[in-house]
Design a binder for this molecule. Structure first.
Ligand code: GLU
Length: 280
């Protein structure tokens, strides 16, 4: 199969240089070698520190990785049975529709448009859209300041959609393939601000190599209810994942994963969402 994986060299270099945040997951490798019995293929982000990150040594870390690993275990899969696959924002529905992944845990907001194509378990996290600007830039203090600015977001994300339809229709929106590419642009002053969920932006801002360089706006521009994407109509899997998420919250594993992955970035997360309840 293989979806297009072309990424700007700079972004690859950046993604590789990102250091891991939080505790490591004991997730398996990326090769999908199916040697001993059943495997499960899970879509995650590869370039979002604190959420879903492939580290230079080939490990996978982040809150989504920990949630996915917990859910997989409840479904009967050991970490070694997990095959991780990159799920970029614009590719998520297609990956599920083509059966390239079993489920997706990739900062994937539940919304009506996506629900036409896929189903969602959860939600398991409530985040909010925000902006990241250079630390010395005081020209963006409220959302409307984004109009006429060069704003970066990612193709296929709710963040890009929100900018176009309501937040700052006059902004010069650049849509890149991944957030790490936006970050490179922000650092190099090719763009003025990048926008996506505060959970993701906090992870970038906390990276050692970026300390003191960027700041979050703190705008809470939207509610982003992270769900676990499954194939449309796969109610059995959705129900099993919902049960796993309930258990993850009840036994304290959710809180542990939050602290391990968001703690280093100082991200103030919302309390665990109620399963089946999307906050609009
Ligand atoms: N949560 C938003 C979305 O699902 C933005 C983050 C992302 O692109 O993964 O579109």
């Amino acid at each position: 199969m293989k979806l297009q994986k072309a990424t700007a060299a700079a972004a690859v270099a950046l993604a590789l240089s990102l250091t891991a945040v939080g505790c490591g997951s004991d997730g398996g490798g990326d090769t999908g070698a199916d040697s001993d019995g059943k495997k499960i293929t899970i879509g995650i982000k590869y370039d979002q520190p604190g959420i879903g990150l492939k580290t230079p040594d080939g490990n996978f870390t982040g809150f989504d990785v920990d949630v996915a690993t917990y859910v997989a275990r409840q479904l009967g899969y050991d970490p070694a049975d997990i095959v991780w696959k990159e799920a970029k924002s614009a590719d998520r529905e297609t990956l599920l529709q083509r059966g390239d992944v079993d489920f997706i845990v990739a900062s994937y907001s539940i919304n009506d448009e996506r629900k036409k194509k896929v189903d969602f378990a959860g939600p398991y996290l409530l985040a909010h859209q925000d902006v990241l600007v250079r630390a010395d830039d005081d020209s963006i203090t409220k959302p409307s300041d984004l109009n006429n600015k060069k704003l970066c977001s990612v193709t296929g994300s709710t963040s890009a959609q929100n900018v176009k339809t309501k937040l700052a229709p006059q902004a010069q929106l650049q849509e890149y393939g991944g957030y790490s590419e936006c970050l490179t642009g922000l650092e190099n002053k090719v763009i003025d601000a990048m926008t996506t969920d505060d959970s993701i932006l906090a992870g970038y801002a906390a990276q050692d190599q970026f300390k003191g360089k960027f700041k979050l706006g703190g705008f809470k521009l939207s509610n982003e209810n992270y769900g676990i994407g499954v194939r449309k109509g796969d109610t059995e899997l959705k129900n099993k994942i919902d049960a796993a998420l309930e258990k993850m919250v009840a036994d304290g594993s959710w809180q542990k994963a939050v602290e391990a992955n968001f703690g280093p970035a100082g991200y103030k997360n919302e309390p665990p969402p109620e399963i089946g309840v999307v906050v609009n």
